[in-house]
Design a protein around this ligand. Sequence first.
Ligand code: FO1
Length: 309
Amino acid sequence: MRVVALAGGVGGAKMVYGLAKCLPAEDLQVIVNTGDDFTHFGLKICPDLDTVCYTLAGMSNSETGWGRSGEHWNVMETLRKLGAPTWFRLGDLDLATHLERTRRLRNGQLLSQITADFCQSWGISIAVIPMSDDPVATRIELKDGGVLDFQEYFVRHRCEPVLRAIHFEGAKAAEPAPGVLEAIRRADVAIICPSNPWVSINPILAIGGIRDTLAAKKVLAVSPIIAGRAIKGPAAKMYREMGIAPSASAVAHTYLGLLNGFVLDTADHGEVNDIARWGIIPFATNILMVDSNDRKRLAQEILEYCARL
Ligand code: FO1
């Protein structure tokens, strides 16, 4: 079965890791959110791409979910002593990725090509494709009228400010990166990973052509919410601030019109009838991925469910 996965953030990376363990490399392609990307200390940082790649390569920091394992913080500590901003922590090993990516971008290489080259260096055999080579910036409009860049909101302000709306600047003009639409077209099924719908998946769907191409395919999503709480991050808080009670079925509703199937936790089994009423075939199982065995087990169950869809 050929699978294309849409991913962003730590939940997405864990799901992709599980899928990569269950599928031949040529049967899995991953489209990754780049709306979180930003420039810091003059360096191009692509957190979701790096989280997916580090996880696939077995180099991710298991405590944070982002950044590298065995990291050192000499540069950050030296910067702190110089009075530089340290709210966004860049480890010494991680910095090498940003330095080299920035150097290549300045030489005119495309983010998609750089990502493919990095994947080869890191021994990643599946295709990891940024949603676009063009700049797209997730911007958070706050209830008090201010607007924050995504990482300012997410890391510097720890998602505390109440939001009113989320914008994906540049998305309308952005083209899907080479290989994105082809990956969707050649897939038997598209899996929307348990990533934050508001800031990890919606930016991907906002790029011209992606949603329409997906609409012609078999699509399923995995809930990032269990029993009204986000597995990780601010998804539940975002639903509340958008005036929607956070739940697995609220996630399914976010993707309405796109989904054939929806995977939710057994704790939310009571919601399967609502979801089925929207013409979506629900599948309830244990979706919490605590360790790498959980990732593989969930991926295997999802692939078996896909085959039945
Ligand atoms: N998240 C944090 O909460 N604090 C950080 O200092 C931080 C640094 C960081 C550096 C590189 C990187 O690739 C990711 C980093 N993240 C950090 C995570 C990042 O903000 C989030 O993963 C996403 O953008 C949300 O999906």
